[in-house]
Design a protein around this ligand. Structure first.
Ligand SMILES: *Cc1c(COP(=O)(O)O)cnc(C)c1O
Length: 404
């Protein structure tokens, strides 16, 4: 067994492994602890050459101990695309985009739920629930469906309707909540004993961070075991940032890679920017007042990340930053990425908008290699308007009259 137990990311206390209750007595988040010395003796980089292109190629660094319990729908090993045209236009060294929208449920949430649902299976649980702005709900729904586990999902009612509709298609009991993601979480906490649910919300169980860790492992492997200089990542609850940061610590401990950690940049949307505000408060800059009621919410709308302090410490440790973008900057970015052949969700687009802002401010250096994460694709956020009402789409009659 590769997992030793759990450790606290704040006070470093060590605890035996468990499947639920990821808070330490000190208030810190518990993460999975591995015997990296032992893993390093049996698991070599070269082993990967013959492994299947899925995130489970890193199974030695994942916490599922019974291989029969692995629940996989083909997640991970997503393409890393180099954006050469813009690389030349912008004052940076290299520009890459990680195409997380290609995961089985159309977002990188597949990774976390592949591991989380495998752990549910391993621990014999049969019912799970999640509060979500959409993609976590559809990922739980899909993986639980495949595993034969009952899923219940609670989603704020203003979330993207197409993502909401995916959930019952995968067989999940689907509920809309008049409130934010933390209101949805409170419903699950209140009902979990009566309903027998395991709450698989962000940082409530050990699997989701471990699944997202594979983004960091993959990126290192795809860049031939080098760190990029900068990772720009759309951040909501923060499990992705925490997972990638953990990946890089583990790779260093295995001596598979060295050099400085990538600088982590969290991008958020103006109006719900607790990480940007938290960082400003740490730096004693003036903070803006977070207005959390933004329209058309995305995976970044998480007013109360479960461990903000951990996210801020990762940004500080890595020399990163956090930045909020406006809706119009994000919409423009969707168009710019689209015209390069990339279908990007608002969250993925925010990384592009962040890239431009950090070039403008001079925060990015001419030598930097930068990786953007396109965490989902545009189609999941499409509005059901008729095509004739879209100014960019013309009819056959328009074509005829334009070509007389
Ligand atoms: C959940 C989500 C995010 C935020 O990710 P975290 O790792 O929870 O911070 C970003 N983009 C998309 C598309 C999401 O679904």
């Amino acid at each position: 067994m590769n997992r030793l137990g759990l450790y606290c990311s704040r006070c470093s206390a060590k605890l035996p492994f468990r499947y639920v209750e990821m808070k330490c007595d000190c208030g810190g988040t518990l993460l999975v602890d591995y015997d990296l010395e032992c893993i390093g003796r049996t698991f070599k980089k070269e082993d990967l050459l013959t492994r299947y292109p899925s995130m489970w190629r890193y199974k030695d660094l994942l916490p599922v101990s019974n291989p029969d319990c692995i629940i996989t729908l083909g997640e991970g090993w997503t393409p890393l695309v180099r954006l050469k045209t813009w690389e030349q236009k912008l004052p940076i060294g290299q520009l890459w985009l990680k195409r997380e929208e290609q995961n089985p449920t159309g977002s990188f949430k597949s990774r976390g739920f592949s591991v989380a649902v495998s752990l549910l299976k391993e621990s014999g649980r049969t019912k799970a629930a999640v509060p979500s702005n959409g993609n976590a709900a559809s990922a739980l729904a899909a993986y639980a469906g495949y595993a034969g586990i009952e899923a219940s999902v609670f989603i704020p009612l203003d979330c993207p309707p197409l993502i909401v509709e995916e959930c019952p298609l995968y067989g999940a009991a689907t509920y809309l909540v008049d409130g934010f993601i933390h209101d949805a979480a409170a419903i699950i906490e209140a009902g979990k004993h009566e309903q027998g649910w395991i709450n698989v919300g962000t940082l409530k169980e050990p699997g989701r961070v471990e699944g997202k860790k594979t983004m960091g492992l993959e990126l290192a492997e795809q860049l031939s075991w080098k760190f990029p200089d900068v990772i720009i990542y759309p951040t909501g609850g923060g499990s992705g940032i925490i997972g990638m940061w953990k990946a890089y610590h583990e790779l260093k401990a295995l001596h598979w890679i060295d050099g400085p950690m990538p600088r982590f940049v969290c991008v958020q949307e103006e109006g719900c920017q607790p990480i940007v505000d938290g960082l400003a408060a740490l730096n004693q800059a003036a903070t803006t007042q977070a207005v959390t009621a933004i329209a058309n919410p995305t995976g970044m709308r998480v007013p109360n990340p479960p461990d903000l302090a951990l996210i801020l410490s990762i940004i500080a440790e890595s020399g990163g930053t956090a930045i909020a973008l406006s809706k119009s900057q994000i919409a423009e970015a969707t168009q710019t990425l689209g015209s390069q052949g990339i279908s990007s969700s608002p969250e993925g687009s925010a990384t592009w908008a962040g890239l431009l802002a950090l070039c403008d401010s001079g925060w990015l250096l001419p030598s930097d290699s930068v990786v953007l994460f396109n965490t989902s694709h545009a189609m999941k956020y499409a509005k059901l308007t008729s095509s004739s009402s879209l100014p960019t789409i013309r009819t056959y009659e328009d074509y005829r009259s334009l070509n007389k």
